[in-house]
Design a protein around this ligand. Structure first.
Ligand SMILES: [Zn+2]
Length: 334
């Protein structure tokens, strides 16, 4: 929860700082445009009014218009970005449109500085958001999915929509049962959006974002189960580290980790025949939907100089702290 508060402070801090910077640059612009009735209160009013109107108009236009009306949406965006701020500046400071434009152009500099701050500091070192494309971490984190009802307990169950199967697909329910439910809603639900903290040290059972060892341009989200120096084995649905059975936290109890994978004929790392021995800078990761996750168990090549199953410490990107969208799925992991 502390990590969630820290991540929240980064978002709020960046927002407040960007508003303050916008107000400061606007005051410089107003001086350049020779505005007379400048006061801190008026600057604050404009600084708050512009983003609030922007949000309102954007929300209403997206609610009223469908995504196909792209031309109209772009026209609205242009009006919201260029025309409305100038009109508000003109009204509050009694300026002509040309002088309002002059003041607004200077205020724009602050937005460039904020973009630099976000791309050079916030995203690389503090927090980053991601959309999840797959269901290897289902039901904890969902990609695009179908929903059904678990045949074993009646809880909501999930699977990817695009799987090519003749009969009923295998789904995983919110209590980690894997079953083939009868009543599947074949509507495609959107995946979760998550936020990861870059400043946290990854711990066992954390969900981590890392660069895929075989292709570092691809990012994966999986659960970290094996720490540097450990030998990992999966037995009877549980993970063992150095021969000792690990006890997962309550939120993860119920996952049955598999050391045999249907229709897979390659090496399964972490099985009794192929325990995974980790170096002192390597991690072992698993998906919560063990029957369908392509995780450390099934990787074939690995990063240069590392075992196929290992995520080198240098590939770690961040620790997932929250699902923030859709808001009905909001959760704090840390
Ligand atoms: Zn169930």
């Amino acid at each position: 929860m502390i990590a969630t508060l820290l991540v929240g402070s980064v978002f709020v801090g960046t927002l407040v700082f960007s508003l303050a910077l916008w107000g400061f640059f606007l005051s410089l612009g107003l001086r350049w445009a020779k505005a007379k009735s400048v006061s801190v209160i008026r600057i604050a009013v404009v600084t708050l009014l512009v983003p609030v109107l922007d949000l309102l108009i954007t929300a209403v236009s997206h609610a009223v218009l469908s995504d196909e009306a792209l031309g109209v949406l772009i026209a609205i965006r242009l009006v919201v970005t260029f025309v409305i701020p100038c009109m508000i500046i003109g009204m509050i400071f009694h300026l002509s449109l040309l002088r309002s434009l002059q003041a607004w152009l200077v205020a724009l500099v602050s937005q460039l500085l904020i973009m630099l701050l976000v791309f050079l500091v916030v995203r690389p070192f503090l927090v980053e958001t991601f959309a999840i494309p797959t269901n290897s971490m289902a039901p904890t984190i969902l990609g695009q999915h179908w929903q059904g009802t678990c045949a074993k307990c009646g809880s909501p169950a999930f699977c990817s929509p695009s799987l090519d199967f003749a009969g009923s697909p295998q789904m995983i329910c919110s209590r980690f049962h894997v079953s083939q439910p009868q009543n599947i809603d074949r509507r495609v639900y959107q995946g979760d959006r998550i936020v990861a903290a870059k400043f946290l040290r990854p711990d066992r059972w954390d969900i981590v974002i890392f660069r895929f060892p075989e292709n570092p341009s691809v990012l994966f989200a999986k659960r970290l189960v094996g720490l540097p120096g450990e030998t990992i084995e999966i037995r009877d649905g549980c993970v063992l580290a150095n021969g000792r059975k690990l006890t997962p936290p309550p939120s993860v109890q119920g996952i049955e980790y598999l050391s045999e994978v249907e229709n897979y004929h390659g090496t399964v790392w972490g099985s009794a025949d192929h325990p995974a021995k980790l170096g002192n800078d390597e991690y072992f990761v698993l998906g919560d939907f063990s029957a369908q996750a392509r995780d450390s168990r099934l990787w074939e090549r690995g990063a240069a100089g590392h075992s196929p199953y290992a995520v080198p410490a240098s590939n770690m990107v961040g620790v997932v702290t929250n699902i923030y969208w859709p808001n009905s799925r909001w959760i704090a992991f840390r």
